[in-house]
Design a protein. Structure first.
Length: 327
C-alpha cells in the first residue's frame, strides 16, 4: 500500500536562544528558549512510504540532497518509526535559502515529522511530535506552535507551548539577508564546540532561566521595550559565547554590523524595533506593526543588505491535503 502525506511548517526565530545541549543522544537543550513563528517563510514536505528505491531518498527544491541532511532525515524517521520501517521518499520545498541562518532546520524537521506522522499510523498529539522533531533539531520543536512560543527544558523531556497566539500580539519580523550561501559551520556542531571551549558557556546557561522569565513577563504584559531589552541582550550573550569558543565561531559579516547600526539608529528615533541574529549573518528585526514600513526601508537601504523579507507571526506545523503547486 502506498502511504503519502504532505505538511507545511514555518521557521521560527528565537528571542531567548537555544545554544547548547544537555544530552547529545536525545538532543536535549541545556536550557529553555523562546521564539516567534513566522508566516511568510515556509517549508513544505511530502513523505511517501515505500520509496521506489531500497533506501530513503531526499530531494530539496527539486535537487537530490547532500548526504549529511539525508542522514539526519533518515535518523529522524528511524526514531519515529523504528529501524525496520519501510524506506521513505521525502521531498522538501522551501521559499527561502537553506542552512544560511534563516532557521531552515526548524521548519524542515517540523514539516518532516508532521508529514511522516500522517503517512504512517502513529500517535498524533502535538507535544509528542514536537519532541520527536526536537530530537532531530532542537529549534524544530518550537515550529509546531503558533505566535510566540516557549520551550522548557527543565524536566526529563522538553515541554513546548504557545504563550501568545499570532493575532494576540501581532509583531512583525523583518529579515535583512546579507549573504545567501550556506554557513561555514552548522549550529549543532558549533554549540558543542562552545560548550567544550568557551569560558563563558556555563554562565550563559545559568542565566537562561532569568532571561526567559523576563521574556515571559514582557509577552504577558505586551511590554515591547522589555522584550527588546532581554532579546538583544540574550542574542549578544550567545554571540559572545560563540566568539570566545576555540576556534572562534563568527557568523557576522560587515553588513550584519551595518544592519545592527541601522536598528540602533531607528531606536534613537524612537521606532519600536530590536534586532536578533542567529547562526548566520542575517539580521532579524522585530518591530510593532506600525513601524514595519520604516524598518523595511531602513534595512533595504543598508550597505551590504541583499534583500529584505518581511513577515508576520504564523501558525504551527500542519498537514496539507495536497501540495499547492503539485510539487
Ligand atoms: C542560533 O535547532 O539548528 O538558531 O538541535 O543542533 O539542530 P540542532 O540546532 P538548531 O539550533 C538553533 C540555534 C539558533 C538559536 C535558536 O534557534 O534558539
Amino acid at each position: 500500500m502506498r502511504m503519502l502525506a504532505h505538511a507545511v511548517a514555518q521557521p521560527n526565530i528565537a528571542l531567548v536562544k537555544y545554544w547548547g545541549k544537555r544530552n547529545l543522544e536525545e538532543n536535549l537543550p541545556a536550557a529553555g528558549s523562546m521564539s516567534v513563528t513566522l508566516d511568510a517563510l515556509w517549508t513544505r514536505m511530502s513523505v511517501e512510504f515505500p520509496a521506489a528505491a531500497a533506501a530513503d531518498t531526499l530531494s530539496v527544491n527539486g535537487l537530490e540532497s547532500g548526504r549529511e541532511m539525508q542522514a539526519r532525515v533518515s535518523a529522524c524517521l528511524d526514531r519515529m518509526l523504528g529501524g525496520s520501517r519501510l524506506p521513505a521518499a521525502v521531498r522538501s520545498e522551501s521559499n527561502f535559502p537553506i542552512a544560511a541562518g534563516l532557521a531552515s532546520s526548524s521548519s524542515a524537521f517540523a514539516a518532516l515529522v508532521m508529514a511522516a506522522s500522517r503517512a504512517m499510523p502513529m500517535p498524533h498529539d502535538t507535544l509528542s511530535l514536537a519532541r520527536l522533531a526536537g530530537a532531530a533539531s532542537g529549534s524544530a520543536a518550537r515550529s509546531f506552535y503558533e505566535g510566540i512560543v516557549e520551550l522548557r527544558a527543565g524536566g526529563e523531556q522538553i515541554d513546548v507551548r504557545s504563550i501568545s497566539a499570532a493575532k494576540e500580539w501581532p509583531l512583525c519580523v523583518i529579515v535583512a539577508v546579507t549573504a545567501e550561501g550556506p554557513k561555514a559551520i552548522g549550529s549543532g556542531d558549533a554549540m558543542i564546540r562552545s560548550a567544550a571551549t568557551s569560558p563563558f558557556y556555563r554562565s550563559w546557561v545559568e542565566r537562561q532561566d532569568a532571561d526567559l522569565e523576563l521574556g515571559r513577563q514582557a509577552v504577558r504584559d505586551k511590554d515591547f521595550e522589555k522584550l527588546a531589552a532581554v532579546s538583544e541582550h540574550n542574542c549578544l550573550k550567545m554571540h559572545s559565547v560563540m566568539w570566545t569558543s576555540r576556534p572562534p565561531i563568527v557568523y557576522w559579516n560587515e553588513a550584519t554590523l551595518n544592519g545592527m547600526e541601522t536598528i540602533r539608529e531607528l531606536q534613537r528615533r524612537a521606532v519600536p524595533v530590536f534586532f536578533t541574529i542567529d547562526a548566520g549573518p542575517q539580521v532579524k528585526a522585530i518591530c510593532l506593526p506600525d513601524a514595519c514600513g520604516a524598518v523595511v526601508s531602513a534595512l533595504a537601504a543598508t550597505a551590504g543588505v541583499k534583500r529584505v523579507i518581511s513577515s508576520g507571526l504564523g501558525r504551527g506545523a500542519r498537514e496539507l491535503d495536497d501540495l499547492p503547486d503539485g510539487a
